[in-house]
Design a protein around this ligand. Structure first.
Ligand SMILES: [Zn+2]
Ligand SMILES: [Zn+2]
Ligand SMILES: [Zn+2]
Ligand SMILES: [Zn+2]
Length: 313
C-alpha cells in the first residue's frame, strides 16, 4: 500500500488518519460526514466500522480537491453551541437552529420548537435549492459587473482629474492674460496723468519766469528812478510799481496755493477677494445597478447562517 503514496503529483491529497502516523499515503476517498480523506486501507476500515458504515463517501472523479466547502456545510448544519452535534430542531421563539442538548437545556421552556424534518416550508419563506442556486449565480454575475464598473470608474476619475487640471491651468492663463491687459491699460493711464501734470507745471514755470523778468525790470526801474528821477517822477513811478508789485504778489500766491502735486497709485484690492479659481466637486452620473429588492435579496436574517438544511444525514 505504501507504493500508492510514492506516486506523487503536485496537489495530491493524502489520507488524513495515516497522516497522524506521519505517513503520506494518497487519498482515494472522502467522507462527507467526517469531512476526511482516506487511503484505500482506511476507506476499508471506515466501511467496516459499525458507526461509519453508512457514511456517504466520494471517490474517483468525485473526489473533491478541497474539503473546505464540506467543512463549511458541516459547520453550518451543526449546532453553533455544540459544534459536533447536528442541528435537529428550530426554536421559532428564538428564531434559531438548535440541537437536542440545546432543546433540553436552554430551550426547555420554549413553546414553538419544531423538528427540522417536520418543519413546514415556512409559508414559502424558505426557497428551494434550485432557486437559491439561480439567485446566487445571478448575484455573482451582478457583483462581477459591479466590480468592473468600479474599476472603470477609477479610470474615469483619473481622466477627469487630468482634464480638470488642464482647465485650471487654462483658467489661470486666461486670468493672467486679462490682468496683463489691465496692467497695460493702467500704465497708460498713469502715463497720461503724469504727462498732464508735467504740462501744467511747465506752463506754470513759463508764466513764473515771465513774472521773474517783470520783477527784475521793476527792481531796476525803482533803483534808477531813486537815483536819477525828479521828485514827481519818483512819486508817479512809486504808485505804478506799488500796483504792479501787488499784482505780482497775488499771482505768486495764487500759484503757490496749488501746492505740490503728487501721483498716487492704489490697488483695488480685488485679488484679495479671489479665494480660489474654482471648485472641484463630486457628481453622481448614474448609479450602479442595484440589487433588486424582491428577487435578489440574499438570506433573510436568521441567527444560524443557513436556512437550508441538508437532511441527507
Ligand atoms: Zn465518515
Ligand atoms: Zn489511511
Ligand atoms: Zn446545541
Ligand atoms: Zn428557544
Amino acid at each position: 500500500m505504501m507504493s500508492e503514496g510514492k506516486v506523487c503529483f503536485d496537489g495530491d491529497i493524502f489520507c488524513e488518519p495515516c497522516s497522524y502516523d506521519d505517513l503520506e499515503v494518497i487519498a482515494v476517498s472522502f467522507c462527507v460526514i467526517c469531512t476526511e480523506y482516506f487511503c484505500s486501507d482506511c476507506t476499508k476500515a471506515h466501511r467496516k466500522n459499525k458507526i461509519t458504515r453508512h457514511h456517504a463517501t466520494l471517490e474517483g472523479d468525485d473526489l473533491p480537491n478541497d474539503s473546505g466547502v464540506f467543512v463549511l456545510m458541516k459547520k453550518l448544519t451543526n449546532c453553533s453551541d455544540h459544534p459536533d452535534v447536528p442541528i435537529t430542531f428550530k426554536c421559532q421563539d428564538h428564531n434559531i437552529f438548535i440541537c437536542t442538548s440545546c432543546l433540553v437545556s436552554k430551550h426547555r421552556k420554549c413553546d414553538n420548537v419544531s423538528e427540522i424534518s417536520n418543519l413546514p416550508e415556512e409559508n414559502d419563506k424558505t426557497p428551494n435549492q434550485e432557486s437559491l442556486v439561480e439567485r446566487i449565480v445571478k448575484l455573482n454575475d451582478k457583483t462581477a459587473s459591479t466590480i468592473s464598473l468600479k474599476v472603470d470608474n477609477i479610470e474615469t476619475i483619473r481622466s477627469d482629474e487630468k482634464q480638470i487640471m488642464q482647465k485650471q491651468t487654462q483658467a489661470v492663463d486666461e486670468m493672467r492674460k486679462y490682468l496683463t491687459k489691465l496692467l497695460k491699460k493702467s500704465k497708460k493711464e498713469t502715463k497720461r496723468i503724469a504727462a498732464r501734470e508735467v504740462n501744467i507745471l511747465s506752463d506754470d514755470i513759463k508764466t513764473l519766469k515771465t513774472l521773474e523778468l517783470k520783477e527784475k525790470e521793476t527792481h531796476d526801474l525803482l533803483l534808477t528812478t531813486k537815483e536819477h528821477g525828479t521828485k514827481i517822477e519818483c512819486s508817479i513811478i512809486n504808485k505804478i510799481v506799488a500796483e504792479n508789485i501787488g499784482h505780482l504778489e497775488s499771482k505768486i500766491d495764487e500759484s503757490n496755493a496749488v501746492g505740490k502735486v503728487k501721483l498716487i497709485f492704489q490697488g483695488n484690492g480685488l485679488y484679495d477677494k479671489i479665494k480660489s479659481i474654482g471648485n472641484t466637486t463630486k457628481a453622481i452620473q448614474c448609479s450602479y445597478p442595484s440589487v433588486d429588492e424582491k428577487t435578489d435579496k440574499l438570506t433573510p436574517a436568521i441567527k444560524h447562517s443557513s436556512d437550508t438544511i441538508d437532511e441527507s444525514e
